[in-house]
Write a protein that binds this ligand. Structure first.
Ligand code: NAD
Length: 352
């Protein structure tokens, strides 16, 4: 018999395909928008220009200054520009940084959002917003930040560099992995998460060989959406807490941190929930899900260990304190000594 569960679907519209960017103007009109405020990071400003051309004269202004972890001062600058140009619809193109800024503006203005994700971070599918003020990252859940419309256009992902593909792909996997053992897990999301893990484990290594293969890109983008749905729908545990602390307090890069830490977080939990992690072990064709993930990370040439992505050894003690002070629910108790040991292991990049 199935266990009892709760499930709430998302009130958002999703278009998925190739060339779907051509539908952006119509989708914006469907949201009641007439003047778009286009948001991107500096690195995606060319794609933002291309997007502006698709808007058929409905471009109010743009802000190509989104940054990782949604810093409050950047949001304030973007809000001033949005007010000046009187945009009535937020249109973000890019990864989680651009979409995070769009969410932060939606929270403050209640404007509708239309987003075009170009990485696999999954933020577009969640009502979660993480913001950073004076080095402190705080997270909230509020349906006002959930984008009303998401346009997935696989063509926007064809040029994603290898390192973004690998680390962002593992960032997506992290959502699905923690959904498998979430305290409030449910069979719908467990099924989606397992499917996403299979697609990612199979296709990410192939993408290293054929980065512009549309079929592979499409499978990975679809899997990333499923991972985003998983992140939205159930609670996350130790792994997301660790990455939240390392990103917020020590400015480590988001996707790389997820990519490096995932095998160690899984190792921390695997003995407590081997059955729930079985789909991951099965996907990686390894008896141990943690070792399977580590091997996948190596095959994808992700950075080896926290040291390689800029974590100072002297900060490990403080990180362990921050992680254990207010832990998220986790299948294995979150205590200082084993967490400090996990960070030590992860800093050196040792095999689980
Ligand atoms: P990002 O948006 O900063 O993008 C990473 C890099 O990839 C950038 O340099 C960007 O310019 C480049 N890039 C993006 N798309 C590209 C493309 N198509 N081709 C070439 N280069 C491209 O990073 P990210 O990992 O996507 O997002 C990280 C941010 O998202 C963090 O702030 C994180 O907290 C947030 N996030 C939020 C949620 C949520 O649910 N709230 C979920 C996941 C991530």
């Amino acid at each position: 018999m199935l266990p009892s569960f709760n499930f709430a679907g998302l009130p958002s519209r999703v278009l998925f395909g190739s060339g779907t960017i051509a539908q952006v103007a119509q989708e914006m009109r469907n949201l009641g928008g007439r003047s778009a405020f286009v948001i991107s990071t500096a690195g995606r400003s060319q794609q933002a220009l291309m997007l502006g051309e698709q808007l058929n004269g409905m471009l109010a202004g743009s802000f190509p200054g989104a940054a990782m972890h949604t810093p409050a001062d950047v949001t304030a600058k973007a809000l001033a520009k949005l007010t000046e140009v009187r945009g009535d619809c937020l249109v973000a193109i890019g990864g989680g940084s651009a979409i995070g800024l769009s969410k932060a503006l939606a929270l403050r203005t209640d404007l509708p959002q239309l987003v075009l994700p170009t990485t696999y971070a999954g933020s577009e599918a969640t009502s979660i917003l993480g913001e950073t003020t004076a080095g402190q990252k705080t997270t909230l859940r509020d349906l006002r930040v959930l984008p009303e419309t998401v346009i997935y256009d696989v063509d926007l992902t064809l040029d994603l560099p290898d390192w973004v593909t690998a680390t962002s792909g593992l960032n997506a996997m992290a959502h699905a992995v923690e959904a498998l053992y979430a305290q409030d897990r449910n069979p719908v999301i467990s099924t989606l998460a397992s499917q996403a893990l299979n697609l990612l484990v199979t296709n990410l290594p192939e993408l290293r060989r054929c980065p512009r293969d549309k079929q592979l890109r499409s499978d990975v983008l679809y899997a990333a959406w499923l991972c985003g749905l998983s992140l939205h729908s159930v609670g996350m545990s130790l792994h997301h807490k660790v990455c939240h602390v390392l990103g917020g307090a020590f400015q480590l890069p988001h996707a790389q941190t997820h990519a490096v830490m995932l095998a160690y977080s899984v190792q921390y939990n695997e003995a407590a929930v081997p059955d729930l992690l079985a789909p991951l072990a099965h996907a990686t064709q390894c008896q141990s899900a943690a070792r399977g993930l580590f091997a996948l990370g190596q095959a994808l040439a992700i950075p080896r260990g926290l040291k390689a992505i800029g974590m100072e050894y002297d900060n490990l003690d403080r990180a362990a304190t921050l992680i254990t002070e207010k832990p998220y629910w986790n299948p294995t108790p979150v205590c200082y000594e084993p967490i400090r040991a996990m960070l030590e292991h992860a800093w050196h990049g040792a095999a689980p």
